[in-house]
Design a protein around this ligand. Structure first.
Ligand SMILES: *Cc1c(COP(=O)(O)O)cnc(C)c1O
Length: 482
C-alpha cells in the first residue's frame, strides 16, 4: 500500500470513544492514588528528555503507546499539586466538573475572539462572571449591566498588564497608544506584591525604574500615608502616576493592603487602583470572610483566580473593570477582516478587546461547570475547611516552644520558622521536601528565611495537616540532633 492509502490518519470517533474512556479512567485512578506519590518530583535535570526518543515518529503510533509512556516516562517527572500533602506556593486545585468542562471546551474547539465567532462562548463568560460578582459579594460596578464588567484572563499576570494598559490609557487620555510610552508615567505597589506587577511595568515599556515600592507596616501591608507621600513627590517633580496595584493576600505572607484607605488616596490624585486578590479573593464566597472585599468599591479593576482556590483548572483568572471604556480603548484595533455586523451594532462584547491575544478558549465552560456542581454552599464548605485547618496549625505553631509564627494568618497560609535561625530552617525544608512526605515552600520576611504552609488542595484533610506538623517537628529534632 502506498503512503496514506486506506487511512484518513485521523482518530475515528469510535477510537476516540475508546481512548477517551480510557483517559477518563486514567484520571479517575490518578485521583484515587494521588496521595501515594512522593509530592515533589525526584527527577534530575534532563532525566525526562533522556527517556524520550530523539526524533518525532514518521509513522503514527497507537494511543496505548502514549498511555504507557505517560506512566513510565512522564509520571516520574510530575510534582503532585493535587496531593493532599502539597502545601507549597499556593493551591492550584482542580475538580471533576472542571476537568470535564475543559474536555468539553477542547471538544468544541471554539475560537471565541469575537461574539460572532461563537455567541455562547462570550455570553456564558459574561453571565458567569456576573454570577461571581454575586457569589463573592463584589461591588455592583463590576457587573456587565453597567459601565464595567468581567472577562476571563489566562492569569493574574495578564490581568495586571491589562489593568496597567487601561490605567495608562486613562492617565494619558489615549496619547500613549498613539505616541508610545510617556516617560513621566509611574506605578506604585509594595515590596510584597507579586512579581507580575513589575513584569507588567516592564512589558508595557515603562521600565522597572517607573515602579515605586511603597513602604509596608509590621504586618507587611501597604502604608497609605507612604503612598500619599510618594504620589505627591512624583506629581511635584513632573511625573504622571497612572496605577496603584494593591494586594489582598500577598503570595509571600498573605498580607492584606488596606484597600479603603488606599482607595481614598487614589481618588484624591485621580490614579487607577488595581486590586490583586488572585488567591485570597475566593474566600469572599464565605460571608464571614468578606473582609477580603473591604474597600473594593474604590477599585478601578480587580482580579481573583478561580484556578487557585476554587477547584477550576488553570487557566482561569476573573478580571473586572469598573469602566470598560479605558480597557477597550487601550486594546481595541479593528482590522477589516474582523469587521462584522454584530460588532458594528455595538450590542455585543468582543472579548478580544479585553485581553492581549486575539484568540481565546472557551474557558467559561469549566468555571460554569464547577460553580454549578458545587453551588455556593459546596465552595463555602471547602474554603471554611481550609481556613479552619490553617487556624488550627497556627495555634499549634504558636504554642510550640521551638517554632514561631511570623505573620498573621487571616486565611489559609501559615508562615512560621524554627527559632534556631536560617540554616536550621533551610535544612528542615530540604529534608522534608526530599522525603516526598509533603511539599512546602519558603519566603523571606525582614531578611529571615520563613517556611510557608499553604493549605488548599481539594483532598487535604485535617489528618494531612496534623501529619505534616508532626513531620516538621520530627525533622527539626533530627536536624538539630546532627
Ligand atoms: C498567584 C498570584 C499571582 C500570579 O498568578 P498567575 O495567575 O499565575 O499570574 C499574582 N498575585 C497574587 C497575589 C497571587 O497569589
Amino acid at each position: 500500500m502506498g503512503e496514506g492509502e486506506g487511512t484518513t490518519y485521523h482518530m475515528t470517533p469510535d477510537e476516540f470513544r475508546r481512548w477517551g474512556a480510557e483517559a477518563v479512567e486514567w484520571v479517575a485512578r490518578y485521583m484515587e492514588r494521588v496521595e501515594e506519590f512522593p509530592v515533589l518530583s525526584r527527577s534530575a535535570p534532563g532525566d525526562i528528555r533522556r527517556s524520550l526518543p530523539p526524533h518525532p515518529p514518521d509513522r503514527g503510533e497507537p494511543f496505548d503507546a502514549i498511555f504507557r509512556d505517560l506512566d513510565e516516562v512522564i509520571m516520574p517527572g510530575i510534582t503532585h499539586w493535587q496531593s493532599p500533602r502539597f502545601f507549597g506556593y499556593f493551591p492550584a486545585n482542580v475538580s471533576g466538573p472542571s476537568i470535564l468542562g475543559e474536555l468539553l471546551s477542547a471538544g468544541l474547539g471554539v475560537q471565541g475572539m469575537l461574539w460572532s465567532t461563537s455567541p455562547a462562548c462570550t455570553e456564558l463568560e459574561t453571565h458567569v462572571l456576573d454570577w461571581l460578582v454575586e457569589l463573592f459579594g463584589l461591588p455592583e460596578r463590576f457587573l456587565s449591566s453597567g459601565a464595567g464588567g468581567g472577562v476571563i484572563q489566562d492569569s493574574a499576570s495578564s490581568a495586571a498588564l491589562c489593568a496597567l494598559l487601561a490605567a495608562r490609557e486613562r492617565a494619558t487620555e489615549g496619547a500613549s497608544n498613539r505616541r508610545g510610552v510617556d516617560r513621566r508615567l509611574t506605578v506604585y505597589t509594595t515590596s510584597q506584591a507579586h512579581s507580575s506587577i513589575e513584569k507588567a511595568v516592564r512589558v508595557a515599556g515603562l521600565g522597572s525604574e517607573a515602579l515605586r515600592l511603597v513602604g509596608v507596616d509590621e504586618r507587611y501591608s501597604m502604608r497609605p500615608q507612604d503612598l500619599e507621600r510618594a504620589l505627591e513627590e512624583d506629581i511635584r517633580s513632573g511625573h504622571l502616576p497612572c496605577l496603584v496595584s494593591a494586594t489582598v493576600g500577598t503570595t509571600s505572607s498573605n498580607a492584606i493592603d488596606p484597600i479603603a484607605a488606599i482607595g481614598e488616596v487614589c481618588q484624591r490624585h485621580g490614579v487607577w487602583l488595581h486590586v490583586d486578590s488572585a488567591m485570597s479573593g475566593v474566600a469572599a464566597v464565605c460571608p464571614e470572610l468578606r473582609f477580603v472585599n473591604d474597600g473594593l468599591e474604590a477599585a478601578d479593576s480587580y482580579c481573583v483566580n478561580p484556578h487557585k482556590w476554587m477547584f477550576v483548572n488553570f487557566d482561569c483568572d476573573a478580571f473586572y473593570v469598573a469602566d470598560r471604556a479605558a480597557l477597550v480603548g487601550a486594546l481595541s484595533i479593528l482590522p477589516e477582516y474582523l469587521r462584522n455586523t454584530a460588532t458594528e451594532s455595538g450590542a455585543v462584547i468582543d472579548y478580544r478587546d479585553w485581553q492581549i491575544p486575539l484568540g481565546r478558549r472557551f474557558r467559561a465552560l469549566k468555571l460554569w461547570a464547577t460553580v454549578r456542581h458545587y453551588g455556593a454552599e459546596g465552595l463555602r464548605h471547602h474554603v471554611r475547611k481550609h481556613v479552619r485547618m490553617a487556624a488550627q496549625l497556627a495555634e499549634q505553631v504558636a504554642a510550640d516552644g521551638d517554632f514561631e509564627l511570623v505573620a498573621p494568618v487571616p486565611l489559609n497560609l501559615v508562615c512560621f520558622r524554627h527559632r534556631a535561625g536560617d540554616e536550621v530552617n533551610q535544612r528542615i525544608l530540604d529534608r522534608l521536601n526530599s522525603s516526598g512526605e509533603l511539599f512546602l515552600t519558603h519566603t523571606r520576611l525582614d531578611g529571615a528565611l520563613v517556611l510557608r504552609m499553604s493549605i488548599g488542595a481539594a483532598a487535604t484533610e485535617p489528618r494531612h495537616v496534623e501529619e505534616a506538623w508532626n513531620a516538621i517537628r520530627r525533622v527539626a529534632a533530627e536536624v538539630q540532633g546532627g
